[in-house]
Design a protein around this ligand. Sequence first.
Ligand SMILES: [Mg+2]
Ligand SMILES: [Zn+2]
Length: 199
Amino acid sequence: MADLRTRRPAAFLDRDGTMILERDFLGDPDGIELLPGVVEAIQLLNEWGYWVIGVSNQSGVARGYFGTKDVEAVNERIIDLLAKQKAYVNRIYYCPHQPDISRQRNEAPCECRKPAPGMIQHALREYPIDLSGSFVAGDSAVDIGLAHRAGIPGLLVLTGYGLRERELLAPGLTPDVIADDLLSAVHWFGHRMGLIVGT
Ligand SMILES: [Mg+2]
Ligand SMILES: [Zn+2]
């Protein structure tokens, strides 16, 4: 992998429905199923010297379905499974909150639940990321909203909830591309950036 101190762009990747099969509130690492093409997509990002950073809303914590330790166990397993196939993810950030539950508890709304940009801001403090050249890819409108809030391209993938979410995109919330899956989204981005030449 490239030097950990060099400033370079990041791929901010949604987790559920983008990297792994959407299972609605996954708290058990044994439920992880990597989606087709994800290993190859991340290997390409690794070749390009991108930071690969997961950004995941996990309101199952606020809802009491599972704990932060469970989310972290799932995230670690995903990173391990990918690393075994030589696809390297630097970190997976997650938001454990849920807005209605925060309100009931008289807590201020969090700044990390997508589309709020808190997880990207957190990553910017911890890694030398060059936002120009960075992008977000995910299967939900909130992933595109996150990209817009961060001022970087947003790539909608049609895995997970993508087909449904495509119909729900608010006016103005237009993805830079709608791709069948993460690998085709990354291919599209590589061509656009001149990182892939030819076909
Ligand atoms: Mg998702
Ligand atoms: Zn949050």
